[in-house]
Ligand binder design. Structure first.
Ligand code: HEC
Length: 233
């Protein structure tokens, strides 16, 4: 026991002796076991920077890029509604609910017409490919790449024996907005309008999967003919 106390006292003295006195100033950079991002190269506003050939620190937008929220064309083609709206409203369009129940169908805000429905579906396809296909697969069958890396239980969105494939649009809106299980929430990432576009696109995939042959005959035959032509080349 005596040796324990002696060893204890020596260690305590060492620890106290080696620890720098808190609050005192030192010209050296502090030692950080886990540096996180406290200390990193950065650029101060309006200052030059040698990294770029022209020595200019502040950069202009890359040629051809478009500022977020500034897509006049998108606003014009799809119902004339703002491209970037993420919530805040109380109606069906912003919540997917009507009087406490999930609603079904596309909200009237989108003002779907025969003319703009194609652009709306293409928008849905684009946003689905960006946000959902990694997990749910390009065709919505749940076979996205992340499944191979361990994300479990990804829903097959086109299997209509599952209730999530047939429940109302408003409920799918709710799932995209707030997430479910391993699936994250998209309320801060996908604008309201695009959430509806995704739902419309998922519906079109579900339909395409079980569409009667007559309805798709022309496109199907064309696809087969193209494949055969490519194969015999
Ligand atoms: C990180 C992978 C991942 C991404 C990305 C993802 N999901 Fe999911 N999704 C899941 C998983 C896992 C489930 C099963 C969740 C559960 O039932 O617990 C699921 C379930 C669903 C369901 C069924 C929910 C229910 O009520 O059973 C829908 C609808 C859905 N996802 C749509 C989407 C849409 C639309 C997107 C793109 C905006 C998306 N998901 C993006 C992983 C993902």
């Amino acid at each position: 026991m005596k040796y324990f106390f002696i060893a204890y006292a020596i260690i305590a003295a060492l620890v106290i002796g080696l620890l720098p006195t808190r609050g005192s100033k030192s010209p050296n950079a502090p030692f950080r076991l886990f540096p996180d991002m406290d200390d990193q190269d950065k650029l101060k506003p309006q200052k030059p920077d040698g990294f770029f050939a022209d020595g200019q620190g502040g950069r202009l937008p890359v040629h051809g890029t478009q500022a977020l929220g500034f897509n006049p064309e998108g606003a014009a083609v799809i119902g004339g509604i703002p491209e970037l709206e993420f919530g805040g409203g109380t109606g069906y369009y912003a919540t997917g609910g009507i009087d406490g129940y999930y609603g079904n169908g596309m909200p009237e805000e989108i003002k779907l017409t025969d003319e703009n429905v194609g652009a709306f579906l293409r928008r849905g396809e684009e946003s689905f490919s960006i946000n959902c296909a990694v997990c749910h697969g390009k065709s919505g069958d749940g076979q996205g790449i992340t499944g191979q890396f361990g994300v479990p239980g990804i829903a097959n969105l086109t299997d209509d024996t599952k209730k999530h494939a047939v429940y109302p649009d408003g409920r799918m809106f709710e799932v995209i907005t707030n997430g479910k299980g391993q699936m994250g929430a998209y309320k801060h990432n996908i604008p309201l309008r695009d959430r509806w576009a995704i739902i419309a696109y998922v519906r079109s995939m579900q339909y395409a999967r079980k569409a009667p042959y007559d309805a798709v005959k022309e496109a199907y035959d064309k696809g087969i003919a193209e494949q055969q032509a490519a194969a015999t080349k």
